[in-house]
Design a protein around this ligand. Structure first.
Ligand code: GLU
Length: 506
């Protein structure tokens, strides 16, 4: 029998990294076994389900590179793939269980049930349904139904153990006694989760259910339903919870938890794919942790997935993302960062060819400081912003202002560059060499004032890289033009004079 697995998100919010890990493991398992990966939308909560979320979920999965063989958008032989479009099937199966005596009508009102729950709380015992309507005679049922009283269908839980061999957690045993008779169909005709899932997994011929361990307590109920339907249940694999670095369940407190947030911050899909694959499964030691999709497909083993909670280590994700960023061709990186710079109003939309080519230099110069792409905006301030007002906040800039020798270097440099038609890195170095001869200042004493004057900051990428970036950048149609090397020197010197004149101590 060929493998068929499913990812079954509820469209009630954005995809959480935990869900994405579930999707990823299902996908890996399906592709490894040349089986089918099915996407099913579990929208049985009409109040909380939204079509926009479904659209986002599909989009996020595609972005990560997960493709599905059957689903709401692509169809398939076992559809429809939205639970809200399968209500007739659930009713049909519920009726079968009712007729076979596995289910019964329950007329308990919400108030009555709440009383039972309150009683259980008062006695400090876990709640389970008393089974009151189990006892109703056929006549009583008929009369109440005739009187138009609303009812739910409840599953009649049989006594005795429920056991299964979980791929991740090993043998598991539950006593049915702790499970009260549970509702399978609500009075409005909608199924409850446990029932819909079983009908769907059965009809969609799912062979392996790989899902989060938050569903562990649902599995015994689902197994009882398979039993009642006379069907063989799928194999179950419950993935451990994902914890934050502090050992508590990963939540908003830990920062971003939705895939979309990471996507917006500019993490690469291949980095997230790699990172999430390692949340709960470890590759053999000798292959390291940076693994391509193809490599992961080769190595991943569901039966090796750990039952110990996985730790979401953001530092590790950043490290991985950087590794993938470094490996990416510059052209691709430019395409990836352009939207961030465009949104910040720094480069034009659409991007002209000259600016695109120039951005390769920009990206190359700042890449070592970028962990995820949205940081490009911050890291390129040194290129797009030349603000001498801010410069004064750096003590190093003040030092240069107070150092007559440093200002002399700048004046001489300005003179040396005056007639240079295009200030390339070489031309800049040659001019600096002449200034060195004239002043006797070398190394830091020579280049530090130049850096301060050109960038307005004490540190940043190498001047060799910045010089052509400024020179070429000054010729581009940027929304906010940037000054050339010569303009920077001039502006800085004029400004230095003004500041010195205004400062009474000098
Ligand atoms: N819809 C469920 C959820 O989002 C998944 C159900 C399942 O995998 O059985 O948690």
């Amino acid at each position: 029998m060929s493998v068929r697995v499913r990812f079954a998100p509820s469209p009630t919010g954005q995809l959480h990294v935990g869900n994405v890990r579930t999707a990823l493991y299902n996908w890996l398992f399906a592709r490894q076994h040349r089986g089918a990966f099915i996407l099913r939308i579990e929208d049985t909560d009409p109040e909380r389900s939204r079509r926009e979320y479904e659209v986002q979920i599909l989009d996020d999965l595609r972005w990560l590179g997960l493709d599905w063989d059957e689903g709401p958008d692509v169809g398939g032989d076992f559809g429809p793939y939205r639970q809200s479009e399968r209500l007739a099937l659930y009713r049909d199966y519920a009726t079968r269980l009712l007729e076979a005596g596995w289910a019964y009508r329950c007329f308990c009102t919400e108030e009555e049930l709440e009383r039972e729950r309150a009683q259980a709380r008062a006695e400090d015992r876990p709640y389970r349904y008393s089974g009151r309507c189990r006892q109703l005679s056929e006549r009583e049922v008929r009369e109440r139904a005739k009187a138009g009283l609303p009812y739910t269908l409840r599953f009649r839980v049989r006594p005795g153990p429920i056991v299964w061999e979980d791929v991740v957690r090993g043998p598991i045993r539950w006593e049915a006694e702790v499970i009260g008779d549970f509702v399978i169909l609500k009075s409005d005709g909608w199924p409850v989760y446990n029932f819909a899932v079983v009908v769907d997994d059965l009809l969609m011929r799912i062979t392996h259910v790989i899902r989060g361990d938050g569903h562990l307590s649902n599995t015994p109920r689902q197994l009882l339903l398979y039993e009642a339907l006379g069907a063989t249940p799928p194999v179950f694999a419950h993935l451990s919870t994902i914890l934050g670095a502090d050992g508590t369940k990963l939540s908003k407190r830990h920062g971003a938890t939705a895939l979309r947030e990471f996507r917006e911050q500019g993490y690469l899909p291949e980095a997230l794919f790699n990172f999430l694959a390692l949340l709960g499964w470890a590759p053999p030691h000798e292959v390291g942790e940076l693994l391509s999709r193809e490599h992961l497909l080769e190595l991943f083993a569901l039966e090796k997935v750990s039952k110990a909670p996985a730790i979401f280590d953001l530092q590790k994700l950043k490290w991985m993302n950087r590794a993938y960023l470094k490996a990416k061709p510059l052209e691709d990186l430019v395409s990836a960062v352009a939207p961030y710079l465009q949104q910040a109003g720094r480069v034009p939309t659409p991007l002209d060819e000259a600016t695109r080519a120039w951005l390769q230099r920009v990206v190359e110069a700042v890449l070592t400081h970028v962990e995820h792409l949205s940081q490009i905006v911050e890291e390129t301030r040194i290129i797009f912003e030349y603000d001498l007002g801010t410069a004064l906040t750096y003590p190093e800039v003040r030092e240069v202002l107070e150092d007559a020798g440093a200002l002399d270097v700048l004046r001489r440099m300005e003179r040396e560059l005056a007639d240079v038609p295009v200030i390339t890195t070489e031309a800049f170095r040659e001019a600096a060499a002449r200034v060195r001869e004239q002043t006797g200042r070398k190394g830091r004493a020579l280049f530090h004032p130049l850096r301060i004057a050109l960038t307005g900051r004490p540190s940043g990428p190498e001047l060799d890289k910045l010089v052509p970036i400024y020179e070429i950048g000054a010729t581009l149609p940027l929304p906010r033009p940037i000054p050339s090397v010569r303009d920077r020197l001039r502006q800085f010197l004029e400004w230095a004079e003004r500041v010195r004149a205004e400062s009474p101590s000098r």
